[in-house]
Design a protein around this ligand. Structure first.
Ligand SMILES: [Zn+2]
Ligand SMILES: [Zn+2]
Length: 94
């Protein structure tokens, strides 16, 4: 895993405490929650339209249950999603 930055555990903890980019929370805004009437029965993720929910639910029922929140790509192992997320989006899933 050459692409991983050399970080120590203490630095990982520090990273978790950093405030995240506010845009990351846009889907959690009050406005979004008011519009999001369709809730995933598996992970409680809210969706604004039924078709989006249906497409999302497949990540739980299909053979690739781990979905990237950024680009919706699905993976059959959490490790693979972690690697994808770090490489493609610079987001480190702990
Ligand atoms: Zn879900
Ligand atoms: Zn992605």
């Amino acid at each position: 895993m050459k692409w991983l930055p050399q970080i120590k555990t203490s630095e990982v903890m520090h990273f978790q405490e950093q405030p995240l980019d506010p845009s990351f929370f846009s889907e959690g805004s009050e406005d979004f929650r008011n519009k999001a009437k369709h809730i995933c029965q598996y992970c409680a993720k809210p969706f604004t339209c039924h078709s989006k929910l249906l497409r999302h639910v497949r990540v739980h029922t299909g053979e690739k249950p781990f979905q990237c929140d950024v680009c919706s790509k699905s993976f059959n192992q959490k490790e693979t999603l972690k690697i994808h997320s770090a490489r493609q989006h610079n987001i480190f899933i702990l």
